[in-house]
Structures are given as C-alpha cells and as structure tokens.
Ligand binder design. Structure first.
Ligand code: TEU
Length: 585
C-alpha cells in the first residue's frame, strides 16, 4: 500500500516577515522597540501583503545577546511589554489573516535562567547535568591557561568554556558566557522544552523558528568526553564544529520534538530550523516530510560566499559562486524537502550594501535582488527594512556598535595584534550584525519615527530620504516592488510550485533562470552590475515576444531580430509565456 500524497501545506505560497522587536517600533519612548510598537505598525505589514510574522525573541532576558539569552521562556521581557500585550498582538495578527511564529532558542539558556542557577549551585544538584559541566583538563589547575576541557572557541570570541569558581568546574557556552549550552542528552531537558513549546502553541502561536537547532546534539564519547578541534594557522582556538554541527542524535531529537509537540495538532504549524553549516544532503533529510523533522531550514552557504577563512575577511562576491550555490540547493530540494530563501536577517549585513549598490543604484539594485530571490522555489523571508532598501549602518567608531559579537571581536583582535583599528573597523562596517539592527525608518520625523526617546542604537541618518512613509506614496518605490513580488507569489502558482532551471551559469554579471508549471513558463533576469549587459539565454526569440510581468526599470526599448533587450544597470525582469503542454499517449 502506498501512503497518501501529503497535503500541500499552507506555507507553500507564503512570505514571512521577520520582526526584530528591539529595532522595530518603540511605543513608550524608552528607546527600545516593544510589542505595542509592533502592534501599531501592523498596517504596514498588511499592506506589504506578508502572510507570517516571525518575531525574534521577546522572552525575559538580561539582553547580553539582545534576547537570544532567555531567562524565562514563559514571560515577556518588561522592556517589550507583558503577556497581555502579546495576546493582544497575536489576536490582531490573526484578525488580519496573518500568522505569528516565535523564535525558539533552546541550544542554550541565559545563565540567569533558574535551570542554570540551580545547575551551577553544586555538583550534586539534580539539574547539574542539564548543562555541560566538565573538570579542568588533566594535570592543569582550573583557571590556568589551557585548563579548559576542550580547545574550542566561542562564536563571540574567547574560549567556549567558562570556569565557575563555586564548584571549580567549567561550563560550555558556544555563544556568550551568559549563554550556557543545554545538555540535550538529558531526557528531562528535552521534556521541559517540549512542554514549553506546547504552552506557546496552546496560546495560539503558529510555529517556531529554531535558533541554531542543528547544534543541540554534541558528539560526546561514552565516557562523557568531548574532543579538541583542529587549530588552523593564525587561529586562537580549536574548531569545535565537527563535535556539534549536526551531531549524532540531531535527527532523533528533531523527530522526537515533532512527535511530542507538532504531530496531531489541529492546525498545521510552521517549523524552520536555523542551521549554520548545514549541507544540501543534511537539509534533504531534515525537510523530507516523510521524516517528520522540520518544514525547512535556514542554510548559510550563500551568505558565506563573500567571506574568507573568517567572516571578518570580506571579499567581493563572484556571481558565478552565488549561482552555483543556489543552483545546487534548488536542485537538491527539488523533489524532496523545501528551501527557505533569504538575503537579510538580524545577523547579516544589509543586502543592498552587500551584493547591490547602496549609492546611485540603491533602489534599482534592491529591487533586482528582491526579484531574483523571491522568484526562486522556496519560502521567502523579508527582514524588517529590507522592503525599504535600508542600507548598512556605515558606523565610523567602535562606540557606535552594540552587538556583543562585534564588540568582542574588535577587543580580542586588538589585544592579540590581529589587525589595526582602521582595518578592524572596516571589517565591522562590512559585516557587523549591527548593520541590520539600526531602527526601522518609518518617516522623516526625528529618529525616523522609531522612538520619541533616545534610540538604543543610532538611527541611520539616511532616514530622511529612505523611509516607509515616503515609499508608500511612491508606486515606483522598493516597498511597492516587494509588495508586487509577494502578490505575484499569491496569484501565479508557477512562482510557488514551478520547477527551477538555472541558466547562464558562467555569466559573471547576469543572473537568469526559468520556472515552469502547468503550461506557464517564467524567465527571470537580474543584472548584478552597473553596466549595460546583454542577455544570451537559449531560445531568446521565444522570449522577445513574451509578456513582461514585472520589471524594475520601466519597459525596455524593443530590439529587432528576436533578441531580448540588454539589461540596464541593476535591472531585473520577469517574463511570462504559455508553453505547449506535452500530452501523454
Ligand atoms: O545565530 C547563529 C549563528 O551561528 C550566526 O549567524 C551568529 O549570528 C554569528 O554571527 C556567527 O558569526 C543565532 C541567532 O540568529 C543570533 O542572533 C544569536 O546571537 C545566536 O544564534 C545565539 O543565539
């Protein structure tokens, strides 16, 4: 007996919008965005036409990592409001026909979470094993250099181990010292997380974006040992990733979570796993609906293409690399599994400054980049402000930065003589996470309409020109282009369902691909340069007559001879045509 065809889930033609609440909208003038602020701006999201809001963490937190360090999973942080504010927001989101997805941060908690407070209190506390505690390395006194249980570095600089004086043992923290890693080997940890997830679903939320979820299974020996990582030339620490990226029990843990939390609920929820370093082969397993793990993953390959050995060694993108990467992911998840599609989020620099031109061609390049991304097969994610073509922060001084990763990187690099201040600041200007965290630019009033107080991080001074109010009035704006792309996904089935064929893999300027579904074919073109570029696609004469569904530079001047007009700087076009159907028999 074959199993019935799986139903088409609601999110197949959905677009998700990420709200980073700290920087979205501040309702009470304390300079920090909050839930009432989000509620006050739902009109903007409804006009844009998005289906789902993913809310970055709003739980109680000491904010060492802007809320990704949670001290109470069932409370709203006072800086964001109250549970009642949350319920009001959720009801309003639902009333407008949208859904709300929560951020789930369970690789680690805050060190101020009661679980960790108990765990650190003594070596025989019942919660001791909820976290990764290890004695100093054999033969070295605790606190001495090299005494850490393994040589792993933390993502936020320094060792991944912190000595706790009270018991003389170290605890593991892959991120900040205030983000101890939970021990998922312990069944009670998993049960506590499942219970908490069900609590939020019962409250009415529609799914979870799961923070670094592919780090939860650590490769631990039967005797409890963890292994040193390789130290590459010039690195201060060993690379622990082979011991925790997609570790031995990751599929088991996600399958169990699905069974305990997701399966059997009356409404289908959305799960997306954030998975640094995930490969296409892993992603097929994670997102195969038959395996019941997650619906889609955030992969990192395309946002690493302009990095060298470290994320701080930035070099220009080669377009052929981007095409090779996306092409592989599109092919890999064509028949089993599903892609997520994103340029920006709260950890990445702004795409228009990164792969586009945030000067003369800001609007053109922002809309071209949006077109190329949104026409791939998968679920697109829009990060707040991306729909306005917001740019990098262009900070000049270290005291303008707030992000723990950026601030620690700068201090550590200076301390170890790894770079001169000017060069380090240049690296931060290109890749710091704060580039995406400056407040949303709502209008041309003081502080871009984000707050009546002093914003927790500087507003980008370009808000007088780049803001939502101006763009809503302007049909040619980046905002309206995003709105049209989202509308297209809702109205043209080929956008969500069509298969994908990459074209011009070797062309270093023009991105081109086909989508095809049910007798309709789309040709999508994007010029990644400031020069006029010819388009040498196969069957050009068939496309020369096709309908131009959406462009970002007005109608091109037709050219004779069945050719496609050359692309102007940063121009994008979507052509549509009917194709003869092959009839069986
Ligand atoms: O990020 C995980 C992650 O691996 C990186 O994207 C990280 O932001 C860092 O830049 C690596 O250089 C997630 C969250 O999205 C991020 O905001 C958190 O800081 C992190 O996990 C810890 O919770």
């Amino acid at each position: 007996m074959t199993s019935p065809a799986p139903e088409v889930p609601w999110w197949i033609d959905a677009v998700v919008y990420q709200v980073y609440p700290r920087s979205f909208a501040d309702s009470d003038g304390d300079g920090v965005g909050d839930l009432r602020g989000v509620a006050s701006r739902l009109d903007h999201l409804e006009r844009l036409g998005v289906d789902v809001i993913w809310l970055s963490p709003v739980y109680r937190s000491p904010h060492d990592d802007n809320g990704y360090d949670i001290s109470d999973y069932r409370a709203i942080d006072p800086s964001f409001g109250t549970l009642e504010d949350f319920d009001v927001l959720l009801a309003d989101v639902h009333a407008r026909g949208m859904r709300l997805v929560m951020d789930l941060v369970v690789n680690h908690t805050s060190d101020e979470h009661p679980w960790f407070v108990e765990s650190r209190s003594s070596t025989d506390n019942p919660k001791r094993d909820w976290y990764w505690w290890r004695p100093a390395r054999d033969g070295i006194a605790p606190g001495e250099p090299g005494a850490e249980p393994t040589n792993w570095g933390s993502f936020f600089s320094g060792s991944a181990w912190q000595l706790d004086e009270r018991t003389g043992e170290y605890y593991l923290h892959l991120f900040s010292r205030k983000q101890p890693d939970l021990n998922w080997e312990h069944p009670e940890v998993r049960r506590a997380v499942h219970e908490m997830m069900r609590w939020w679903l019962d409250r009415g939320v529609d799914g979870f974006r799961m923070d670094v979820i592919n780090f939860i299974s650590k490769d631990v020996g039967a005797d409890g040992s963890l292994t040193d990582g390789i130290v590459v030339d010039g690195a201060l620490y060993g690379d622990g990733r082979p011991s925790y990226v997609c570790g031995p029990r990751i599929h088991e843990f996600l399958h169990e979570m699905h069974r305990e939390v997701v399966a059997g609920r009356p409404d289908r929820i959305l799960t997306v796993g954030e998975m640094p370093e995930v490969t296409v082969e892993d992603a097929i397993l994670f997102t195969d609906p038959e395996r019941h793990e997650v619906d889609m993953v955030f992969q990192f390959e395309h946002v690493g293409l302009d990095h060298g050995a470290a994320k701080w060694d930035v070099h220009p993108l080669r377009l052929t690399d981007l095409k090779a990467s996306f092409g592989r992911w599109q092919a890999g998840l064509a028949s089993v599994g599903w892609n997520s599609l994103y340029w920006d989020n709260h950890d990445q620099p702004r795409i228009v400054s990164r792969f586009g031109d945030d000067g003369e061609y800001r609007e053109r390049s922002a809309t071209m980049l949006a077109t190329v991304l949104h026409l791939h097969r998968g679920t697109p994610y829009v990060y707040q402000g991306e729909e306005l073509g917001m740019t990098n922060a262009h900070f000049e001084r270290i005291d303008q930065y707030r992000d723990i990763e950026s601030v620690n990187f700068y201090a550590e690099a200076l301390e170890h003589g790894l770079g001169l201040p000017a060069a380090l600041l240049e690296a931060l200007r290109a890749v710091s996470r704060d580039n995406a965290r400056t407040p949303v630019q709502w209008d041309a009033s003081a502080n871009a309409g984000f707050t009546t107080g002093t914003p927790w991080i500087e507003v980008n001074p370009n808000y007088t020109e780049i803001n939502a109010a101006a763009q809503q009035e302007d049909p040619g704006s980046v905002f309206h282009h995003y709105r049209r792309l989202i509308e297209l996904r809702h109205t043209e089935p080929v956008v969500s369902l069509g298969d994908f064929t990459m074209l011009l893999a070797e062309d270093d300027a023009v991105y081109a691909f086909l989508r095809r579904w049910d007798g309709i074919e789309l040709l999508v073109l994007g010029n990644f340069t400031s020069q006029v570029r010819p388009v040498d696609v196969p069957d050009a004469h068939r496309w020369a007559e096709a309908e131009l569904l959406l462009g970002n530079a007005g109608d091109p001047t037709p050219v004779p001879g069945g050719r496609i007009p050359a692309l102007r700087p940063w121009e994008s076009r979507i052509y549509r045509r009917a194709v003869p159907q092959v009839v069986d028999g």
